[in-house]
Design a protein around this ligand. Structure first.
Ligand code: FFO
Ligand code: ATP
Length: 205
């Protein structure tokens, strides 16, 4: 009899191996490649946001070789659009909470060293108030499956959305082209992404 627990462990090990390999790929990009990726993806995201008339957009601060979205933030502010950023949820462990992010937001680093706005209750933006969430990712495949850093933060936070609870909310992944692999192992809790935007492509699944 095969032991189901060993299958789960084998799957976890495969995910971990992909994660390690794909993180190394993005960490290996040169400063010049990063700058170009940041400019190109920001332009592509701005087109996508304008085409869909999104007003309130949650983004993320680059970590571990992810694409820097600061050029996008500046462009969105110029167009009077509102931005938000995730913080590690102060009450619901493993979840994210989105806070408004503006030019004078007070910032600090979370336990992973990622910048986040300091918690202020009047700045909380629930999912029902967002038009678009841009998610970071470590890897994506030809079906829109997403592999993240392994904390399950986005999967937990987006599980209600994946069940249809926020019909007005769009979610799109943002990644370097080198984060692509043909097929990723995926688990029951993984939230596949309908859109992934890279410096060279806007993909719909
Ligand atoms: N920019 C960004 N923000 C994000 C995420 C992300 O992937 N990117 N997350 C996506 O969910 C959440 C944070 N998840 C993370 C999970 C693990 C590690 C990490 O560096 N882990 C270390 C070891 C643990 C440690 O340092 O305590 C490692 O694996 O090297 C970082 C972020 C929320 N914010
Ligand atoms: N909706 C959920 N409810 C409860 N636990 C979950 C949920 N989603 C993920 N998890 C747990 O989180 C852990 C990490 O999940 P996974 O490896 O898919 O993270 P990830 O997608 O790589 O990370 P992230 O979403 O933070 O970028 C898993 O062990 C899983 O059990």
């Amino acid at each position: 009899m095969p032991d189901p627990a060993s299958n789960v462990n084998a799957e976890q090990a495969t995910r971990q191996a992909f994660r390690q390999q794909l993180r190394l790929r993005r960490q290996a990009l040169s400063q010049q490649e990063q700058k170009r990726a940041s400019e190109q993806v920001s332009e592509r995201l701005l087109d996508y946001i304008t085409a869909n008339s999104h007003q309130r957009i949650a983004l993320f601060f680059a970590n571990d070789g992810e694409i820097n979205l600061v050029p996008l933030v500046n462009a969105l502010w110029q167009q009077q659009r509102q931005t938000a950023a995730p913080i590690l949820h102060p009450v619901c462990a493993g979840h994210l909470l989105f806070l408004a992010y503006h030019a004078n937001s007070l910032m600090h680093e979370n336990r992973f060293g990622i910048p986040e706005p300091v918690l202020r209750c009047d700045e909380v933006m629930p999912l029902s108030q967002l038009d678009l969430i841009l998610t970071p990712l470590v890897g994506f495949d030809a079906a829109g499956n997403r592999l993240g850093m392994g904390g399950g933060f986005y999967d937990r936070t987006l599980s209600g959305w994946a069940q249809g609870r926020y019909p007005n909310l769009s979610v799109a992944g943002v990644a370097h082209d080198c984060q692509f692999v043909d097929t990723l192992p995926h688990a029951a809790w993984d939230v596949p992404l309908p859109t992934i935007i890279t410096p060279s492509k806007t993909l719909s699944f």
